[in-house]
Design a protein around this ligand. Sequence first.
Ligand SMILES: [Zn+2]
Length: 350
Amino acid sequence: MDAVYAPDPTRDETYFFDDGDCTFLVGGVLFKLHKTILFRDPSSMFRNLFQDAKGKPSDAIPLFDTADDMRALCWSLYAFPSEIYQLALSPGDVDVRKHLRIVDMAQKYLLPQYESLGWKCLQAVPGAIPAYLDRCSEDDLVYSHELAIRWQSSGAWDGAADLVIFSIKNNLLEQVEDKWVQRLARGDEQVTFNRALTTGETYDRRRLQGQVYLEARKLLFLQRFVFSPSQPLNLRFNLSPNQFLRLLVGHSMLTNVLAAVRSAIRLKVPRRTGCDLVRHPQCEKVFNQLSWGELERDPEMVFARARSAGTGYSCITQHLDNILPKEAELAEYFLSSATGYTISHENPPM
Ligand SMILES: [Zn+2]
């Protein structure tokens, strides 16, 4: 947080009021505000902040937030009633990023009135959050993910909280991760395998890491990007040496497992007790019609499709349980694979 102590802080263009009576230094930017505004919410933590602040009353109080966070909060604190009314009338393109920041800052500084306003803005347009996650920058995905991790730890619904808000908070993490993976899958250039994986590693999110590795592996089947044996394969993925190793080892192991599945599906489906000779030909027929075309490229999807087509035929469901690895374990080939491997030479083969 070096920026907080920047030697030459700049004044914020909007929220530096000459007649303000308190100054904050946030991310290298000075905000001069009015205590009456900051104290308006009765539980406001800013009341204590001034009591506890050391130094002269005119000194800037450092806050460990970003200037963008502070601007978002100031917008909410200083918005004119007509501005809010207009927003309620025609929310238009909701600035999700701003309102997420407002909610986060309002929670941090105990400003429930402003937190509530932030939530209302976020809910004003249905689907605003997923739409935002679908096109925001990767920095904003990282920010939303961090926020979602914090919100996730706030526990179960206690019956008193607003259920809609609770479910937004609770679903945000999976929403961010799913969108990130979808965007990687469709080749969105704003997102990268490396940052998605690094974020998954930072918060120990195996779900995200597994999905990203599976998506990276799909590219090996789908898209030609190797044009010469001397071309570094990792150019396409731009992973860290360890991530790249995990991708390669996981890919090799999964390919081997899927080769065994490929042989097993050629076998006849065994007749189980409970299925008779009259009914069983139908089991065989349904099993033989299962489509395995994309088994190597997208095992998750192919397994799910086979299981759903086999529902109601116990011979098939049991046979599938025997020959298919569990869907939930697919990601494990990437995540536990590298544990037995270390990169021992200085220049790993990238
Ligand atoms: Zn049968």
